[in-house]
Write a protein that binds this ligand. Sequence first.
Ligand code: HDD
Length: 685
Amino acid sequence: MTSPDDKQRQLDPYRIDPCSTEMTTDQGNPVGETDNSLTVGERGPTLMEDFHFREKITRFDHERIPERVVHARGSAAYGYFQVYESLAEYTRAQFLCDPSAITPMFVRFSTVAGSRGSSDTVRDVRGFATRWYTKEGNFDLVGNNIPVFFIQDGIKFPDFVHAVKPEPHNEIPQASSAHDTLWDFVQLQPETMHMMMWLMSDRALPRSFRMMQGFGVHTFRLVNEAGVGTFVKFHWKPKLGIHSLVWDETQKVAGADPDFNRRDLFEAIESGRFPEWELGVQLVPEADEDRFDFDLLDATKIIPEEEVPVRPIGRMVLNRNPDNFFAEVEQAAFHLGNAVPGIDFTDDPLLQARLFSYLDTQLLRLGGPNFPQLPVNQPVAPVNNHQMDGPHQMRIPKTRASYHPNSVGGGCPALAGENAYTHYPEYIAGQKMRKRSESFGDHYSQATLFWNSMSDWEKEHIVSAFRFELGKVEHHHVREGVVENLNNVDHDLAVAVAEGVGVEPPQKAVNDNHGRSSPALSQANTAHSPATRKIAILVADGVDGGQVAAAVAALRELDTLPEVLAPRDGTVTAADGTEIEVTRALPTVHSVLYDAVLVPGGAESVRTLSGDGKAVHFVTEAYKHYKAVGALGEGAELLSARVPSGGDGPGVVIADDTDEGFITAFAEAVAAHRHFDRETADVPA
Ligand code: HDD
């Protein structure tokens, strides 16, 4: 049986302890001096014979590999997966049939458009690439946090990526879809409309990788022992719910902490708060292939959960950070063609293109065909075949016969018997042609379904996002084209966007909004928890020490992460004379890096904070970003001076002391994530 320890043990020989020996060259020659080049005299020229110098600089010159053409920026973690009960009825994949098997995993989250050094919190799709190291070899499900894709046929992928990436003449803008070429592509390629609705929604601004859904996107096929196939869509559901930042916040976080999502994942795992997702499947019998009003092979479509429920089948936990970012994260080479018996593909033309592209890209990125030997890419299953040679071959095949069949090598390796991967024997016959199926022709119904399923605040955010993005587009006809497409999604949406971007509002569309919705698509219907939320407690000398101690203890009890922030680092002296340790100084942080803020009482502390621009801005901005705001005793004065109606209203919790009632109410306000029913228009920030 596979276990996460198998992967751990496999990585062990590759882990280097820098204290294990004295310093050497790459050839193992001892190095006694690495700060000065070998020169003639103290001030003379450097000598060619300084092999240590040349090796050191050469190695440095060659440190980078090409970044991924898309999904260049990402971060990753190891973990494990366990299926709840056997799915043998549908698949012969062992890791899905044995509830006692704990399969090691590696998962990489990413943005799509930005370069490796770009900021985490840009508006973008997030990659959600998962690998199971199973006993039957690696299985890679390389998905996104959005269940559909921009295009239907992979042959258009270079066009789409060229359009969304920085424009070729000036390489601007970095990690942003708000520019002419992307929207030009969108207006001319209406199959993008469904995905663009998701991209303009808050799904594209995740609060945390730990709070994102993941989707396999394509329809795959499960195949059981008897060879019976069942169509399947894969869903990852985060235990903490699906939560997003607000737009204004994402832009500020991009400056205050460009590593926001990366840091969040790393710190959660370091502190033992292991992120979890539940894997679910939508299963469709082959006989039902034509039952839907869309094509299962069209990756711009979802199967609404109300039509085919998502069946939870197992749990993934991420519990270990990589030891070395380059070796493990940068060199990770995902590929949908890494498939195990019992999981197969469909004729989705986007999926088929991907089956070519991933192996091809790894050959370039990782410099040759031996990248599966890199520790992060090695399966825990044994590897045995006649693949030979190539740059950086690490294995030493002990055979004269590197071909099949052979007798010289005893016929080895023998072919796998009944355990072998067998491709699903789908019957296909037809003419060769370059033609999109008519069943792929409806580009709007599901975009409308998504729009109809949004809550009021989600709709507002979508309209603002379209206005922002189109507002950056210089070509007026491109703005008009997009508005025209939006008119086929929903007339009111098109009018609202048009009004914001100086485009004549369109006439009512020919096809009315169909009125259907899918509540499962709205983030308003997700899970909520205060766990792992970062809470800022603002203090200064004279703060009510009892309140701070009680709040910190009670909030920790709820698994939130309280931090004490003060105008300066070190300690503050509470009103009762106790010393309170400061977690961080206010000038080094920013309200956008926290989920909530609490201002304890203590007249002197509140007076100081009220006169401290940084503290005042902190509270008003948190309020403006709809976050939970709490105040105790005199702390309420700081609030009432800055926010309307004395700070009363949704998500604002005020009490005299840290009693149980306050903590419960404040924790609920934190768990709610954001209070969009709060009026913020006249709050200065
Ligand atoms: Fe892709 C990377 C997800 C369509 C070609 N893709 C990549 C990664 C993710 C996805 C998560 C990053 C993997 C990692 O973390 O290393 N891609 C998707 C999804 C798609 C999709 C969900 C549609 C459903 N991709 C797609 C198409 C093509 C590619 C249609 C080409 C025909 N994708 C690539 C690539 C990348 C890649 C160029 C860049 C780096 C890499 O593969 O390893 O091959």
